[in-house]
Structures are given as structure tokens and as C-alpha cells.
Write a protein that binds this ligand. Structure first.
Ligand code: GDG
Length: 500
């Protein structure tokens, strides 16, 4: 039995007869029109592909925005469709949202208010009134679909910051369900969170959950500090829980991992080797390689990294012609001005640095902006001597973990930002950098490239151990075990004569 299957089955055993309802903005399968036919796409997102096997084993319903242009042609009148198409095991319930709603709820409130605030960049917040209205409407639409799909005894698992209000609506109609939510991005301190004009409504929405999960203990503490500012609330630090509106919400860290075995297999695949051979033919790369992989997002620290790299080649001419940095960047949220500006800036900086140092047979930076197959990404991770993961702020950062799992040959070195959630688990064996300290960052590149083999091996061994044992399935199971513990605690409290 593979790790994936056994872990998914453990989740079903925790659930027993209870129905599982997952809710997220993105869906695991979409139906699109292509040349007159309807085709099924499986969006490549890491989380959706990890939750899909769990849903296939546990059954139940996944509520998500019906984003595909043929989604509702194949669904029933309520937006339900059985998946996977080849052997149906669970249902997707698609929530219809108009273009205007998506604009306001997703590109507006979620990504121009919550995203910058949670990443401690409130200057980038754009709190247009219409955004909030759309966020409320969309959360209502999600909640209505969830209520429709839920029995009194269901477990509802909300994903992320797009659904901050839905738990409260669901709770009003379904008081006996178990609601939990995992917040995938940073949770800031109260001083920062308070800059969100709707802080009170958001806390009220999230506190309708029985269990709230974050990547790190720090985010949990920040959340408890914010909750403590609401009137009529009791924050119990000893049990990391909040008593509000007659209910208790437990707040716990669950650091998300990856499917490490899958990443190792991809890195060892013949497809990865074929990709690498073609890549080497096509680009004038040096013998030493560094890789960075991210969406073009201002939180990811790409311009800061380019400055550090420029300084490195400036101070270390001996590495020119030898060391190439590959920037895999995907266009993201281009409807938003700040993202378009970043994209233009990154592209022009790369061009400038390449012009400054590049030669006919060597490029300092190779820029790839097309979506790569997983095998292609695995090849670049595998061949890289350095993985450079230096966000200005990041809830976790899965790229750091993917780089480690894919290092199946000569061990490379991970350069990791102090400001990434992943630093808590990986910081000891990575070379830590501060993304805003250009000189320190350039020195860290030199240090990492000069580490003796034995040192690299020792570090990579520790990192791999960490990534393998705290994988995505461990993450799921920890949450379902916590549900069981909370429920047991409640049963015991209810049976005791002084039941609370
Ligand atoms: C949020 C939080 C948290 C990228 N390019 C390609 C490709 N990717 C994949 C990577 C990785 C994923 O995208 C990016 O995940 P991250 O974790 O780095 O970042 P966010 O998108 O910001 O995610 C973050 C995460 O949620 C999970 O909780 O870690 O902190 O911000 O998996 O591999 N995949 C393929 N081709 C590409 O070109 N196949």
C-alpha cells in the first residue's frame, strides 16, 4: 500500500460514518470547451492534488467555485458532478459566480485586502467598498451550497482566506456540524490586522469554526492576540482556544508538507532527464546552477533576490561564466496593478543584469515564464546546486520542500528566508538569509556555493528527513486526529456532572 493511499484511508477511519465536505475557492477538476469538445482539466495546484486522493477514499462533497466554461453543462441543476470522471468516488458541488463577483471577491477583497494585510504589507491594501460586498455575497453563496450538502453530523473543512465568513453562515444553520478551517497564509500581529476595516466581521466568521489551523505556532499566537481584542471573548492561552458566542474554537499549528515520495519519483523519472537534456541544449547555462520557482507575487522577494545576485557577480567575477540562476516565474493575478508592475520590473531587471554580465556562451539568469510539467520542475530542482527561496513573507512555502525532496543526486544547498514559515522546520540545515540584506544575501550565496561536500550531505540528510516525515499526509492526519480529540473532550465534559 502506498503512503498516499494508507494516509487517505486513515482520514476515512477518523471520519467513521460522518460525511466530509471540503470547501475551497479552486476545484480539483474543471470542465472546459476545447475545439467544440468538453475536456476535463485537473488544475495542477499542490493542495487540490493532495486532497483529491483523500476525497476519493473518504467520499463526500467538495464545494468550490465553478470556474470552467463548461462546468455547468456537465453538472446537475444544483451544480453537482461526480469525479474523477473515469471512476466516480465523490462529488463536486460547483458554486456559480459571475465575472463581476469573481473580480470583487477574488481579485478584489481576497487578493487586494486580505493578501497584503496578512503578508504585513498594508500599504498595498485597496479597500474598495464593492470588494467587501462581493466577498460577503460569495461567502454567502459558498455557505448556501455547503448547507445544502451537509448533514447534522458532517465534518466541514474550509480552506484558506477566501472563505473567512462562510463558517459563521454555516454554523447558524447547522449548529451540530464540526467546522474546521486551514488558513494557508501568514496571520499578522494585531497592529497589522487592525488595519483591515472589516477585522471584526472576519474574526467573527472564523470563530464559528471548532478548529482553526495555521502553519506555525507564531501565526496561532498572532491570531489569539487578535481575537483577544474582540468584546465578550475569552482567550484561554493554556489550551490555545477562544470562547466566543457560546462556543470554543481551538487554534493549532499544522505545518503543511508535500508528497515527498511523489517528488522523489518525479526527480528520478526518465521524463525529468529528457527535460534536463533539452534544457541544457537550449540555454547557455554554467556548470553551477541555482533555481527559484514562484508565482510573480510581491511577497516572494524576486527583485530583492536579483539585487543580491547582481552584487554577487559584481564582487565575485570568478563565478561569471560558471554560475547561472534560473528563475521559473508564473504570471499571477495580472488583473491587479501591483502584480503587473512587478512583472514588468522583474523582466526588465533580468534583461539588464543579463546585458551587464552575460557573454555569447553564458547567461547569468535564465528566465522561464511558461508553466512547466512537474517532471520539468523536478529536473531543475534535481540539477540545482542551490535552491533559492527568499520571500519577503510566506505562510509556509512548498517550493523549499519540493527542492529538498527532488535532490536525488549530488546534494545541493537550500538558501531560505528567515521570513518564510518553512524556516521554522528547515532553518537549522538551510543557509538562512534576510531578503532585505543585500550584502548578507550575496555573501550567503558565496558561502553556500563553497560549502564542503560533507557539510552539504549532512544538511541535506537532515532536511530530507524532516520533509519526508512531515509530509502532506501527516498534515491531514494531524488535523483529523485533533478533531477526534476535541470531540472526545467534549463528550467527557458533557458526561461529567459539572459538564461545561
Ligand atoms: C500559498 C501560500 C503556502 C510553480 N510553478 C510551477 C508549479 N508551481 C507550483 C510549485 C508549488 C506551488 O506552485 C507554489 O506553492 P507555494 O507554497 O510556494 O506558494 P503559494 O502559491 O503562494 O501558496 C504559501 C501554500 O499556500 C500552501 O499552504 O506554502 O505560503 O502563500 O507547489 O511547485 N508547478 C508546476 N509547474 C510550474 O511551472 N507543475
Amino acid at each position: 500500500m502506498t503512503g498516499e493511499r494508507s494516509a487517505a484511508e486513515t482520514v476515512s477511519s477518523h471520519l467513521g460514518d460522518q460525511k466530509l465536505v471540503v470547501a475551497s475557492n479552486r476545484q480539483p477538476y474543471s470542465h472546459e470547451r476545447e475545439d467544440g469538445d468538453i475536456v476535463v482539466n485537473r488544475p495542477a495546484g499542490g493542495l487540490t492534488s493532495a486532497l483529491d486522493p483523500m476525497m476519493q477514499s473518504a467520499g463526500g462533497t467538495w464545494v468550490a467555485w465553478g470556474s470552467g466554461d463548461a462546468d455547468f453543462d456537465v453538472a446537475d441543476a444544483d451544480g453537482r458532478v461526480s469525479v474523477p470522471p473515469e471512476s466516480p468516488a465523490y462529488e463536486i458541488r460547483r458554486v456559480p459566480l459571475s465575472d463581476e463577483q469573481v473580480e470583487g471577491y477574488y481579485y478584489g477583497y481576497s487578493n487586494q485586502v486580505l493578501w497584503p494585510i496578512c503578508h504585513i504589507d498594508p500599504e498595498k491594501m485597496n479597500a474598495e467598498e464593492g470588494f467587501w460586498n462581493h466577498y460577503q455575497q460569495a461567502n454567502r453563496a459558498f455557505a448556501d451550497a455547503i448547507i445544502d450538502e451537509t448533514d447534522t453530523d458532517s465534518v466541514i473543512w474550509f480552506q484558506d482566506y477566501h472563505l473567512g465568513l462562510a463558517p459563521r453562515h454555516v454554523r447558524e444553520e447547522r449548529p451540530d456540524t464540526f467546522c474546521m478551517q486551514f488558513w494557508h497564509i501568514t496571520w499578522p500581529s494585531w497592529d497589522v490586522f487592525q488595519t483591515c476595516p472589516q477585522y471584526e466581521q472576519l474574526l467573527d466568521g472564523l470563530l464559528a469554526n471548532d478548529l482553526l489551523g495555521f502553519h506555525t505556532e507564531r501565526y496561532c499566537q498572532n491570531f489569539l492576540d487578535c481575537a483577544a481584542m474582540l468584546p465578550d471573548i475569552r482567550v484561554d492561552r493554556a489550551t490555545r482556544s477562544v470562547v466566543y458566542d457560546g462556543r470554543r474554537t481551538f487554534v493549532r499549528p499544522f505545518p503543511l508538507g508535500i508528497d515527498a515520495v511523489e517528488r522523489e519519483e518525479l526527480a528520478e523519472s526518465t521524463e525529468a532527464t529528457a527535460f534536463w537534456n533539452e534544457f541544457r541544449e537550449e540555454y547557455a547555462v554554467g556548470d553551477t546552477l541555482a533555481i527559484g520557482v514562484e508565482r510573480l507575487d510581491y511577497t516572494k522577494g524576486i527583485p530583492e533576490r536579483l539585487s543580491a545576485l547582481e552584487r554577487f557577480w559584481e564582487r565575485h567575477p570568478e563565478w561569471r561564466g560558471e554560475f547561472t540562476y534560473v528563475q521559473k516565474a508564473s504570471e499571477s493575478r495580472s488583473q491587479i496593478g501591483a502584480y503587473r508592475e512587478l512583472q514588468g520590473h522583474v523582466e526588465s531587471e533580468i534583461e539588464r543584469i543579463d546585458d551587464r554580465f552575460g557573454t555569447d556562451d553564458w547567461s547569468p539568469i535564465v528566465y522561464l515564464n511558461e508553466h512547466l510539467p512537474k517532471e520539468g520542475l523536478a529536473a531543475l530542482y534535481r540539477e540545482a546546486d542551490l535552491g533559492i527561496v527568499t520571500p519577503r513573507r510566506d505562510g509556509m512555502n512548498l517550493v523549499a520542500k519540493e527542492f529538498i525532496a527532488s535532490q536525488v543526486g549530488e546534494p545541493g544547498v537550500l538558501l531560505l528566508s528567515e521570513l518564510a514559515g518553512a524556516n521554522g522546520e528547515l532553518g537549522d540545515e538551510a543557509v538562512s538569509v534576510h531578503p532585505h540584506d543585500t550584502k548578507g544575501f550575496a555573501d550567503a550565496i558565496e558561502e553556500a556555493l563553497s560549502l564542503p561536500q560533507a557539510d552539504r550531505e549532512r544538511r541535506m540528510y537532515g532536511l530530507k528527513k524532516q520533509v519526508r516525515s512531515n509530509d502532506v499526509y501527516a498534515w491531514m492526519n494531524a488535523q483529523f486526529r485533533t478533531i477526534e480529540a476535541i470531540r472526545r473532550g467534549r463528550e467527557i465534559a458533557a458526561e461529567s456532572p459539572r459538564g461545561r
